[in-house]
Ligand binder design. Structure first.
Ligand SMILES: [Fe+2]
Length: 293
């Protein structure tokens, strides 16, 4: 059977490149199954040589599951589930880029996404890489004492934490109406597809840890982030036109880099794939509204 070639991008099963698959064409159920198995193993897949319109990109994302809406409804482009990412000049000479510090997407939702994907529209001549760090390996390597200390702890995720290392794009009035209430998620979760434990962190959105003093909670998040963002856990993606990159928002954290010429456009289409709410409920996670009931 001829389907595709897969090339691991690191020695630690974080990131793999897929060659020889045209996502504009029909993908059989058998190949979809194989892609999903590779996704659970490598956490970041890079499909080379694609040229997808927004509807074709949405269809490619559905190989991994139904798509999920973004917080910012106004950045939608060409399809109800496709959004766009590009730098924004917020005042003369000052730019905001999306995702400029390590995080996982939309973790303030009661059921955050399974995955996020990007597809190139326009790239700067240098820079703008996306970094990914493997949260399974980061968890596995923690000292036993730390594993015991964080077992059972839950973090409160809000849209933008007062401790966030960066300012987020403000929500429009319409988008703000659809924001979910703050949500509790365990610091340690079990991956529903590969069965491995992982650290679930996001300094942009974590505002508290239940049962901990604020300064202790901040110190713990900082300690875990310093550990998890070591180079040995990283796959650094250098974008090439035609790439579609999809990553598992449970297995990896990611960050974009603002190290390119802001006069050159870095423009990508973006989609998110829904997770199964059962995975979150099964682990005893609940929204504050439920906790208060
Ligand atoms: Fe992101």
């Amino acid at each position: 059977m001829s389907d595709y070639t897969i090339n691991p991008m690191t020695s630690h099963e974080t990131g793999a490149e897929i060659i020889g698959l045209d996502l504009c064409r029909h993908v059989s159920d058998e190949v979809k199954k194989k892609i999903n198995a590779d996704f659970a193993k490598y956490h970041v897949l890079v499909f080379r040589g694609q040229k997808l319109t927004p509807p074709q990109f949405a269809a490619a994302g559905e190989i991994f599951g139904p798509l999920m809406q973004h917080h910012h409804k106004e950045v939608r482009i060409g399809h109800p589930d496709v959004y766009e990412v590009k730098q924004t000049e917020i005042e003369p000479g000052k730019y905001r880029i999306a995702g400029g510090s390590f995080h996982t997407d939309h973790s303030n939702h009661p059921c955050p996404p399974k995955a996020t994907a990007l597809h190139t529209v326009s790239l700067p001549s240098y820079g703008g890489d996306t970094q990914f760090v493997n949260m399974h390996d980061a968890y596995d390597d923690l000292p036993e004492a730390t594993k015991q200390r964080i077992a059972g702890l839950k973090a409160l995720h809000v849209f933008e934490s007062k401790f966030s290392p960066r300012k987020l794009r403000p929500l429009s009035e319409d988008s703000a109406k659809e924001l979910p209430p703050p949500t509790l998620h365990p610091l340690v979760r079990t991956h529903p597809e590969n069965g491995r434990k992982f650290l679930y962190l996001n300094p942009v959105r974590i505002e508290a840890i239940t049962g901990m003093e604020e300064k202790d909670a901040l110190a713990l998040v900082a300690e875990l982030m310093a550990h998890a963002t070591q180079k040995k856990y990283e796959y650094r993606h250098k974008w090439i036109m035609g790439d579609m990159v999809i990553w598992d928002d449970r297995s990896v954290m990611h960050q974009a880099n603002a190290d390119y010429d802001m006069k050159e456009l870095r423009h990508l289409y973006r989609i998110m794939v829904e997770d199964n709410p059962k995975h979150w409920i099964a682990e005893g996670e609940k929204t504050l509204a439920h906790a208060a009931a």
